[in-house]
Write a protein that binds this ligand. Structure first.
Ligand SMILES: *[C@@H]1O[C@H](CO)[C@@H](O)[C@H](O)[C@H]1NC(C)=O
Ligand SMILES: *[C@@H]1O[C@H](CO)[C@@H](O)[C@H](O)[C@H]1NC(C)=O
Ligand SMILES: *[C@@H]1O[C@H](CO)[C@@H](O)[C@H](O)[C@H]1NC(C)=O
Ligand SMILES: *[C@@H]1O[C@H](CO)[C@@H](O)[C@H](O)[C@H]1NC(C)=O
Ligand SMILES: *[C@@H]1O[C@H](CO)[C@@H](O)[C@H](O)[C@H]1NC(C)=O
Ligand SMILES: *[C@@H]1O[C@H](CO)[C@@H](O)[C@H](O)[C@H]1NC(C)=O
Length: 808
């Protein structure tokens, strides 16, 4: 009677609240053939008879994505179970359909009909599905036997009525809102012991437990745990083989009848019991934990030989007042993911022996910060004793491997990156010296080592223009290359370290000609032809093979051994995310070759001038990248490099479509060839700055000019000279854009592209910067530093004058 009544009440309330679901609802029973659709409507879930639990699609963020899950239907946002595949939650786009089928169990298809997930059944045919009031969804055969149930496939939450068998487990989430499997695990081991441990994702490798019940086979027969039970009165215990019980907790004075009770392995590693009144008005919330494990300091108890600790690498775990862990980064470090502090920290600077060496005398590089009682107990590489605190600090300071030193009772522990299991332990009474780079302004990506056994490398490409020599009918193009063939300069700010004994930077490798012939399969696959020679695709047989681009230089003289190596050294020392990386070289008799990383996405020229117009956003990013690469060459690398040949054919794109400048620094190599003839130049415009024709000194401003032209090409997605179009006034891009700019008609330069017109401020700014760059008078052109600042909006862009007051 009571049951009938409550069902009826549900019926009536549902009539108002849930008009659709009520008709397919039958006491939580779901007939084979029923389906649910991923949407925000009510037909997206099946309710349990009491209406406490819902099974179906819960919205995930605001992206029309849904999590296939079970949640408390009357409480916002508490998911107790979700479907998962490997380590990932099953997420369905809006319009996906979940069907209950006789043979496949639950089947989830996307709106196009492709299968996303299937529950499967152990065997047998499904007669009915039942959403129970316990929060368990069960697929039953015709004898009401269970074929599959969510209680047997738990995620991070354990509910009254649920049990966990040996080898069963709960796994935490990544974060409150990210349902991807996290590192923490509650496991009833095969030996009957219930443990909390972390795993080293993506594997299941379990670190040593940070909590356990010791319910193994001890001296007492049958005392090992058989299952973990959460009974309906809210008691959780390990049931032993002999029927004995190891009680973890009771409901802590909370009535399991009038309250929802759950135990969740939270994303911070704490396993906690929570309650929430069933009968509530207003905004009742989940209680703070009624009970939790570990109940001592998790930052101290969780210590892993082979894992990272509660917090990620390089971070420090601290206990908050509510006894939950939080993570902090030491000074000079910042969170890998600012939205997830448990993911660890990264240094804001580059540290390493090679890096220190490159930057000069070590004492200029680091500050030492002193922390108290902070330790990373598993990151030691040497222990020194007896020692003093000063000697400990000094020893770490002088040691390029050392990141941190901890000193306590005459002992010094030196530690290296990445630091793991970081925590504050006031009982230590120790001093921690941590090295922090003084100068973080020139933050550079870590140098990519040449491919060797340790480095499988980012495979990437170098491709050189092929169109240039073969097809160009435009004098400009030919001239620009001809000029740059002959006249390349590298201006030094300071002399290279040793002039007599040239030893190449250790991160450039010397290859034999034979090696490179084999790597390129006899110089078989030509990637392109450029001013400097022909480029071939190659694969170095290291590990699983590293793709490279091998450039055979044309015009290098033979008796310039020393200069060749000096130039290579300059190139080898450049490290910037917008430059193509040189791995090594070959210098054998007649043969001079350069080995570069291989970049998969070709040249900027092919990207810009193909039939499909790249997006405005992408083009903006590329423009920033080129500007930053040039700024680095001009001002930030140890030896100033003027490129002299900036054009879209010399800018490559990596896997992420980041712009990477190539062919920089080859200047001197070509200059060495005295026999190269120079064509007399007459005034033309391509990418070449006018001072080339005017006997003016060649400075970094020639690159600024070329950059201006390239920037216009990026904005307009067309070549700087286009005689093929019918319209004469548009043939020379620089003239045309300036005319459009003066007449206020910038829509035309982007061909009325919607995205660019919606971003008019940027469009206008970029055009103005470009016009500044292409000023005929080099002294009017900004430096690359100024260019970057203007592009980024750090400084205002003044109204530019006419770029060519003399010739027009
Ligand atoms: C799933 O259910 C929908 C709607 O009831 C139906 O059109 C579709 O054929 C079903 N798919 C399967 C695989 O049973
Ligand atoms: C969740 O975390 C995983 C692992 O850190 C990450 O790969 C994934 O992108 C995150 N998902 C969301 C929706 O943020
Ligand atoms: C749950 O376990 C507790 C403690 O073992 C026991 O007192 C209680 O009767 C159990 N409740 C049910 C419904 O079995
Ligand atoms: C639920 O709340 C109502 C009104 O606040 C009250 O009359 C009723 O007794 C409560 N029921 C339970 C089981 O607490
Ligand atoms: C640590 O050593 C460095 C280098 O000798 C020194 O500059 C610094 O002052 C020392 N710091 C402390 C706290 O002793
Ligand atoms: C560089 O260091 C200063 C002072 O320590 C800090 O304020 C700044 O944010 C750092 N910059 C970067 C890029 O880390």
């Amino acid at each position: 009677m009571a049951v009938a009544l409550s069902v009826e009440m549900l019926f009536f309330s549902s009539l108002f609240l849930l008009p659709i679901s009520v008709f397919s609802q039958n006491n939580g029973r779901v007939a084979v053939g029923s389906s649910r659709t991923a949407s925000t409507g009510d037909s997206s879930s099946w309710l349990s008879p009491s209406g406490d639990f819902a099974f179906g699609f819960s919205p995930l963020g605001n992206n029309d994505l849904f999590l296939l899950s079970i949640w408390y239907a009357k409480i916002p946002e508490t998911v107790v179970w979700h479907a998962y595949e490997d380590n990932n939650p099953v997420v369905a786009p809006g319009g996906s359909i979940l069907n209950l089928t006789a043979n496949g169990g639950l089947v989830l298809n996307n709106p196009q009909g492709g299968e996303i997930w299937q529950s499967g059944t152990t065997s047998g045919t499904v007669a009915i599905g039942v959403m129970k009031d316990t929060g368990n969804f069960v697929l039953q055969d015709e004898n009401s036997g269970s074929l599959w149930e969510t209680f047997s496939n738990p995620t991070d939450t354990f509910l009254p009525g649920q049990t966990i068998q040996r080898n069963g487990k709960l796994s935490s989430r990544q974060s409150k809102t990210n349902y991807t499997k996290g590192r923490f695990q509650l496991r009833l081991q095969d030996d009957g012991n219930l443990v909390l441990n972390t795993v080293n994702l993506p594997t299941d490798f379990a670190n040593n437990p940070y909590f356990d019940t010791e319910t193994t086979a001890g001296t007492v027969e049958g005392s090992e745990g058989r299952q973990l039970v959460f009974n309906s009165s809210g008691y959780m215990f390990v049931l032993r083989e002999n029927g004995g019980r190891f009680t973890l907790t009771g409901p802590q004075g909370v009535s399991a009848r009038d309250n929802y009770i759950r135990a969740t392995l939270d994303f911070d590693g704490i396993f906690a019991l929570y309650s929430h009144p069933k009968n509530f008005t207003g905004n009742a919330d989940w209680s703070s934990p009624l009970w939790y494990k570990p109940d001592d300091d998790i930052c101290q108890t969780l210590l892993e030989d082979m894992g990272v600790g509660v917090c990620g690498y390089n971070s420090v775990c601290k206990l908050k007042t509510d006894n939950r862990p939080t993570c902090e980064c030491p000074e000079g470090f910042s969170f890998l993911d600012p939205n997830d502090i448990y993911r660890g920290c990264k240094p804001d600077f580059i540290q390493g022996c090679e890096e220190d060496e490159l930057q000069g005398p070590r004492k200029d590089l680091y500050d030492v910060k002193v922390l108290t009682n902070t330790d990373w107990p598993t990151s030691d590489y040497v222990q020194l004793k007896p020692f003093t605190a000063d000697k400990c600090n000094e020893s770490c300071f002088q040691d390029c491997l050392c990141a941190v030193a901890v000193f306590r009772s005459e002992t010094c522990w030196k530690k290296k990156l990445p630091l793991s299991n970081g925590r504050v332990d006031v009982s230590l009474n120790s001093k921690t010296f941590i090295k922090v780079r003084k100068d973080n302004a020139t933050l550079q990506p870590p140098p990519k080592p040449i491919p060797d056994d340790k480095e499988k490398s980012r495979n990437a490409v170098i491709r050189v223009e092929s169109a240039l020599l073969g097809t160009s009918i435009f004098v400009n193009f030919v001239l620009s290359s001809a000029i740059c063939l002959g006249i390349f300069f590298i201006f030094r700010k300071k002399p290279v370290r040793s002039s007599t004994d040239i030893v190449l930077d250790s991160n450039l490798r010397s290859f034999s000609y034979k090696e490179l012939r084999e790597a390129t399969n006899g110089f078989n696959e030509e990637l392109g032809k450029g001013a400097f020679g022909v480029v071939f695709k190659g694969v170095m047989q290291i590990g699983s093979g590293v793709e490279v681009a091998v450039k055979k230089l044309n015009y290098v003289m033979q008796d310039v051994e020393k200069e060749f190596k000096t130039e290579l050294k300059v190139i080898g020392q450049t490290h910037h995310k917008n430059l193509v990386r040189l791995f090594g070289y070959c210098d054998e008799g007649q043969q001079r070759l350069l080995v570069y990383e291989f970049l998969r996405n070709g040249t900027l020229a092919s990207f810009l001038f193909s039939d499909i117009k790249p997006s405005w956003r992408q083009r903006i990013e590329i423009a920033y990248g080129v500007a930053q690469g040039l700024l680095y060459l001009h001002e930030e690398c140890s030896t100033q490099i003027i490129h002299c040949d900036i054009k879209p054919q010399n800018i490559l794109l990596d896997d992420y479509y980041t712009a990477r400048i190539s062919d920089f620094g080859l200047a001197k190599l070509l200059l060495m060839n005295q026999s190269q003839t120079h064509t007399a130049i007459r005034g033309t415009k391509g990418y070449v700055a006018p001072e080339w024709f005017r006997n003016l000194p060649i400075t970094t401003k020639v690159d600024v000019y070329s950059f201006g032209v390239v920037l216009l090409e990026i904005i307009c997605c067309r070549r700087s000279v286009d005689m093929e179009g019918n319209c004469e006034e548009r043939a020379i891009l620089t003239y045309w854009v300036y005319d459009c700019y003066v007449e206020g008609g910038l829509d035309a330069v982007v061909d009325c592209e919607v995205e660019a017109m919606g971003d008019r401020t940027t469009l206008e700014k970029f055009v103005m910067v470009a016009i500044w760059c292409i000023q005929e008078d080099p002294s009017l052109r900004p430096t690359m530093k100024k260019v970057v600042q203007m592009l980024e909006g750090v400084v205002e862009v003044p109204v530019p004058p006419c770029p060519s007051p003399y010739t027009r």
